[in-house]
Design a protein around this ligand. Structure first.
Ligand SMILES: [Zn+2]
Length: 274
């Protein structure tokens, strides 16, 4: 794992001092690559908190140009960027905040052509796309390559979050076998709602990478933010799931960031509730 520079030790001092975090967790973050798909109110804000936390490399994937009605929640953007590709502005904002983070901005959506290469390069993927097409593509690739995926979505004032570890937890297809035909672009949203979910999403990635805390493995956190109601549910792990069903019986344990698992038994015992 890479060492921390004096600047990094100071920049991250307040999180390094957290009990159970320490310099090892910080070095694990520095050694990690996180893929963020859908860099909008949700993915962009999650990327912000990963950047300030010191994740070494971010791969940001988002097609399309910035619109005025994005500006109530896409906090990496600025008014003068309207009409230009969001993902490049996201990269420049994050680089200005933390120049130590390497950022690869991919001006594209998640496609069947690019998804395998993107997932293979990442230790953890964040699923923040606005439609199920991209979400399913990412889920399938994460199962194929054994990469953990944080699944975050919202609708109006409701949000949900779970962390998928292929072969160990239900996958997105287990959760939504009927593949709803919805496009997340059209619904109403407050920036504080997408931002709340984004912070929790970033936190899941940090937990996965470092073993600090307990990720939402096989747990679906549902949030009704209009009433500030949070609940945890246990989603069904379909043994016949067309995406993860066979793997769940035959595959080796999911591939988690190698450097994060200095003591796999410790990590698994603490974090998998299966
Ligand atoms: Zn499944």
């Amino acid at each position: 794992m890479p060492n921390l520079t004096p600047t990094e030790l100071e920049r991250y001092r307040r999180q390094i001092m957290l009990p159970g975090f320490g310099e090892v967790a910080q070095r694990q973050l520095k050694a990690s690559t996180v893929l963020v798909t859908g860099v909008g109110g949700l993915g962009g804000t999650a990327a912000l908190y990963l950047a300030v936390a010191g994740v070494g490399q971010l791969i940001l994937v988002r097609g399309g140009e910035l619109r005025l009605d994005d500006m109530n929640r896409q906090i990496l953007m600025s008014h003068d960027w309207l009409g230009k590709p969001r993902v490049f502005k996201a990269k420049s904002t994050l680089a200005a905040i933390n120049p130590d983070v390497q950022i690869d901005a991919v001006f594209d959506y998640v496609t069947s052509e690019n998804v395998d290469e993107l997932v293979q390069r990442a230790d953890v993927a964040l699923d923040c796309a606005h439609n199920f097409e991209e979400r399913n593509r990412l889920n399938e690739a994460c199962v194929r390559w054994g990469k953990p995926m944080v699944e975050a979505a919202m609708n109006d004032m409701e949000a949900y979050l779970t962390t998928i570890s292929p072969g160990r937890t239900p996958c997105l297809s287990c959760l939504f076998p009927e593949k709803p035909d919805w496009d997340r672009r059209g619904f109403g949203v407050l920036g504080a709602v997408s931002g709340t979910l984004a912070c929790l999403t970033a936190l899941e990635a940090i937990k996965l990478i470092t073993g600090f805390g307990e990720p939402l493995f096989s747990q679906l956190l549902t949030m009704d933010l209009s009433r500030s109601e949070f609940a945890k549910r246990r989603p069904y792990h379909d043994p016949n799931c067309p995406v993860c069903g066979e793997r769940s019986h035959t595959s080796p344990p999911a591939q988690l960031p190698n450097h994060a698992i200095a003591n796999p038994d410790h990590f698994l015992a603490r974090n998998y509730h299966l």
